[in-house]
Design a protein around this ligand. Structure first.
Ligand SMILES: [Zn+2]
Length: 597
């Protein structure tokens, strides 16, 4: 079991740890790579301008954060191509097709960057260029592998010309047009060849050599070698067109129905999920994924371990069908915990309408797993993931449940993401996200923002005021936007824009949306009147932020319209994302035009 993660920088300890392991693999698998080349890796990530390209690293990590393989590729924005510099599995890693998975991930990323194709170098598979028969077989296997994707060596050139007498490290230049059928003109080809030679081999080959190789490309457009290994066209196309990870990952806790409080007026009911799913299915935007069980460590990293243990054991002991509501709250003497399980509930609870029962723990635990699975998808480079879960979580504090919430799934996911970069949590539920605020109140590496009904009239009543801005190093990193009881959808949207602006200024690398839909017209727990069109517009604004985003379901209780609103919201998110993509590619074209490439 492993996951693939994108490394953007060497700032967080987790990224530094992964990079150290990556350079270790480079050293053992690429003995020809110079020390200097390996050492410049962190600098390359930090300073794309200095190196004239953007470096992107994917690492495949197992559950213990051990790097099992990696791919390093460069995005040359000026020439609109990618160059795959290294791709390798760790020594001793066998089977599992990890190399293939990494290469597919690179292709996906290249497609989403809108480039024409990927260039890379491969040792030749022709007997007259290779001395050892064993090596020849390895080289053939490698080129066969790439041929399945339609990637083949560029012919009629001297790229594989030895740099000096006795130079045995000859490489073919291989091109993968990503199944797009784009042709490469001679002019672009020569610039690409020059860029690779200068950037990668500048220290070993002189200008004379570079000029000779560059001018050896005569075909216009360039030609690729005829397929040598894969004869049936069908086989090529199937793989060349394989698209993964493009939709919104949809992760649901299937077992949520077991948590069903049948007490009168308990609006947090299983039908909420089915009414959303029914509408999402119509969009074709979602890609359902099975949740992977999140480790308890991740939960205990945001919730007090005693609290987690109490919930687990108290729920375990409850007979099926029985609920307990706290009756005493040890405000005056919190050190003297009652021994009795039922009496102790008030020790960890903030209100009197959120019961403990046999299934609450199980469902809440699964909801966390869904949110973490979504976070892993986002880390792997997917743009959007949606954990459609219940019970909700944003009212659950470090050591207290309440407001239908037990574990703060969004906070667990945000804390997990924060190991890899800066995170903003934006809570758009009608009610203040007091739990998330409480958990991150002292931290600067997770920005928490909540837009909600003013606590003077809305739950939780005790938190969500505008002057709550964080403490210690977290000062300034909690932002509350309490709004009036009769706030209009326009007012809401303006506030949302302000929140998104704050997130941009913060330079968040990941966004977590605590997605409450109880801002909707007619919601029994809210007072506002957002329509599906309002949800769509809000979705556009969030989707246009350009950030890898995890949505975690929170409130939303008017089941008649819940599905329509969710559908409209995600259609908007998708629209917003497409708009930013189009804008980016337009900018690229402008740049291209200016440089006349
Ligand atoms: Zn709510």
């Amino acid at each position: 079991m492993f996951r693939i993660r994108t490394i953007h920088d060497d700032v967080s300890p987790a990224n530094r740890h992964a990079l150290a392991q990556t350079t270790e693999i480079m050293r053992s698998q690429f003995p020809l790579a110079s020390q200097q080349e390996i050492d410049k890796l962190p600098g390359q990530l930090r300073d794309p301008l200095k190196y004239k390209f953007r470096s992107i690293i994917f690492v495949a990590e197992d559950s213990k954060d051990r790097v099992k393989g990696f791919a390093l590729f460069l995005h040359a924005t000026d020439l609109n191509f990618c160059y795959l510099e290294f791709i390798s599995v760790a020594p001793g890693t066998t089977g599992g097709g990890l190399g293939g998975i990494l290469y597919e991930r690179v292709r996906e990323e290249a497609l989403s960057l809108g480039v024409n194709g990927i260039f890379f170098e491969c040792l030749p598979d022709e007997a007259h260029l290779v001395e050892h028969p064993e090596l020849l077989e390895q080289n053939k296997a490698r080129l066969r592998f790439y041929e399945r994707y339609g990637a083949r060596p560029v012919v009629n050139n001297e790229f594989h010309k030895p740099i000096s007498e006795g130079d045995n490290n000859l490489f073919f230049l291989v091109y993968d047009n990503l199944g797009q059928g784009t042709e490469v003109s001679r002019t672009v080809m020569r610039k690409v060849a020059r860029a690779i030679l200068e950037r990668k081999y500048g220290d070993v080959c002189d200008e004379k050599y570079i000029r000779a190789v560059v001018n050896s490309f005569q075909d216009d457009p360039i030609k690729l070698r005829e397929p040598r290994y894969i004869k049936r066209k069908r086989d090529v196309n199937v793989l060349a067109q394989k698209r993964i990870g493009q939709g919104i990952a949809l992760i649901r806790n299937e077992g949520h129905e077991i948590h069903h409080v049948r007490d009168r007026g308990y609006v947090e009911a299983p039908v909420r999920i089915s009414s959303i799913i029914k509408e999402l299915d119509k969009t074709g935007l979602f890609e359902p994924l099975k949740p992977r069980r999140a480790s308890e460590k991740l939960i205990k990293a945001v919730h007090d371990p005693d609290y987690v243990e109490y919930l687990r054991r108290a729920c375990e002991q409850m007979p099926e069908g029985k609920s307990i509501y706290p009756i005493v709250f040890p405000l005056r003497n919190p050190r003297r915990t009652p021994k009795d399980w039922e009496l102790r509930a008030g020790y960890y609870c903030m209100d009197t309408f959120t019961p403990l029962n046999h299934n609450a723990y199980l469902a809440a635990r699964d909801a966390v797993s869904c949110a973490v699975t979504g976070a892993e998808e986002v880390l792997a480079g997917r743009r959007f993931a949606y954990a459609l879960v219940r019970p909700p979580g944003h009212h659950a504090e470090r050591r207290a449940f309440g407001g239908f919430c037990y574990f703060n799934s969004a906070a667990v996911a945000a804390n997990y993401l924060s190991r890899y970069g800066t995170v903003a949590v934006l809570d758009v539920d009608f009610h203040h996200g007091n739990g998330t605020q409480d958990i991150f109140y002292h931290r600067a590496d997770v920005l928490t923002i909540s837009i909600h009904g003013h606590p003077s009239f809305a739950y939780p009543h005790f938190a969500g005021f505008a002057d709550e801005s964080g403490v210690a190093s977290g000062e300034g990193f909690n932002v509350n936007y309490p709004l009036a009881e009769d706030s209009s959808p326009e007012r809401y949207r303006k506030t949302l824009e302000r929140a998104l602006k704050r997130i941009r200024e913060y330079k968040a690398q990941y966004l977590v949306i605590a997605l409450g839909l109880d801002t909707a017209k007619g919601d029994p727990t809210g007072t506002w009147a957002l329509t599906p069109e309002d949800f769509r517009l809000n979705g556009v604004a969030i989707g246009a932020s350009g950030l890898p985003t995890l949505f975690v379901q929170e409130g939303g209780y008017r089941t008649r319209t819940l599905g329509y609103n969710a559908r409209a919201f995600f259609q908007g998110v998708w629209e917003g994302a497409q708009q930013t993509k189009a804008k980016k590619s337009l900018n690229r074209q402008d740049a291209k035009g200016a440089k006349k490439i």
